[in-house]
Design a protein around this ligand. Structure first.
Ligand SMILES: [Zn+2]
Length: 329
């Protein structure tokens, strides 16, 4: 690792291509809207200067096939497959209004997934990095689920493992929903440790078995931080990774609007404390960390990611060009 905390080195991955124009596909649904642009704008405001980002390359078919079946990749060329993944209701999808065919959305997803791979590569070089998107942790090898089409994290890790650039990795998944795709894909892989802290209630009803699962019940929100920290400490005691992928879903936040996430309504301060603590824990251990956004629905959830990415930049040596700037938020 070369001088990991040199200020000014890009460690955020973003592309204008992340801003998927759902209306162009005829979609009107409160998806995980693209939060990267909002986060980046607010960071630039707060730091008082442009924040350098790196543009990812789209993930290739060859890379997708390290995780997914050939028949599934082929099926992604048909609109019907996409309708199954997104489970549109009532007025949420109106093909008559689309100017782009649904299946061509794969182009955008390839770029965002390439962003996760690039963030992992930057983290290996510079300790800390974030993809301002990605985190499709529900995708299974043979089908997409829960808004997740291809499993960007698994693809990135399989690429790095196959190229011998890492030997062991850990996924720390703190999204509201269980990281069930990750659990399934790596269940027989001793080199990838999957940790998921998630809501006991809600989707997915049939959960998979991660290496370590912690379920938080609807009335246990006051134990969330303590149990999350306990789980991460326990996992890192048992397993020493060369790289952590931090799946920093914001859908347990009280302002998340997805009806299915109503069981956890954590305040912003708790979400920020959670994400800062994970980042600081990996720094203390000297383990490279790549963050991805994962779930988060509605107009306000970007605030969670903003706090986390700002902390990541401050810990990386990024300084404000504004006078009177305080770095404790
Ligand atoms: Zn989620």
């Amino acid at each position: 690792m070369s001088n990991p905390f040199k200020p000014g080195q890009p460690r955020l991955v973003y592309s204008a291509g992340y801003n998927t124009d759902l209306a162009a596909y005829g979609i009107d649904k409160p998806f995980a809207l693209d939060r990267g642009e909002l986060v980046l704008k607010k960071l630039e405001q707060d730091f008082g200067h442009a924040i350098p980002t790196l543009q990812p390359e789209p993930i290739t078919d060859e890379e997708i096939l390290l995780v997914h079946t050939a028949s599934y990749l082929e099926a992604l060329g048909k609109d019907r497959t996409w309708l199954d993944i997104f489970e549109f209701k009532d007025d949420e999808y109106k093909p008559v209004h689309e100017s782009k065919l649904l299946w061509t959305m794969l182009d955008d997803i390839r770029i965002k997934s390439g962003g996760t791979k690039l963030a992992c590569e930057i983290a290996l070089d510079r300790q800390l990095a974030a993809n301002l998107g990605g985190g499709y942790h529900h995708a299974f090898p043979d089908r997409g689920r829960g808004f997740c089409v291809i499993h960007d994290i698994a693809i990135a890790l399989k690429v790095l493992l196959s190229e011998n650039r890492i030997k062991r990795a850990m996924i720390i998944d703190l999204d509201f929903h269980q990281g069930d795709g990750s659990a399934l894909i790596f269940k027989d892989d001793p080199n990838v440790f999957t940790l998921s802290v998630h809501s006991k209630e809600g989707w997915p009803e049939d959960k998979q078995q991660s290496d370590l699962d912690v379920e938080i019940g609807e009335h246990e929100a006051d134990t969330y931080l303590m149990r999350t920290k306990g789980a991460v400490v326990h996992a890192l005691d048992r397993f020493t990774p060369d790289l952590v992928v931090f799946v920093a879903g914001s859908d347990a936040y009280e302002k998340d609007v997805l009806p299915g996430t109503r069981f956890l309504n954590l305040p912003l301060e708790t979400m920020w404390q959670r994400d800062k603590w994970v980042i600081d824990t990996c720094i203390d251990l000297g383990v490279p960390l790549a963050m991805v956004f994962a779930g988060g629905y509605g107009p306000d959830v970007w605030e969670v990611h903003f706090g986390a990415v700002k902390h990541l930049l401050i810990q990386s040596g990024e300084r404000s060009s504004l006078s009177g700037f305080t770095q404790d938020k």
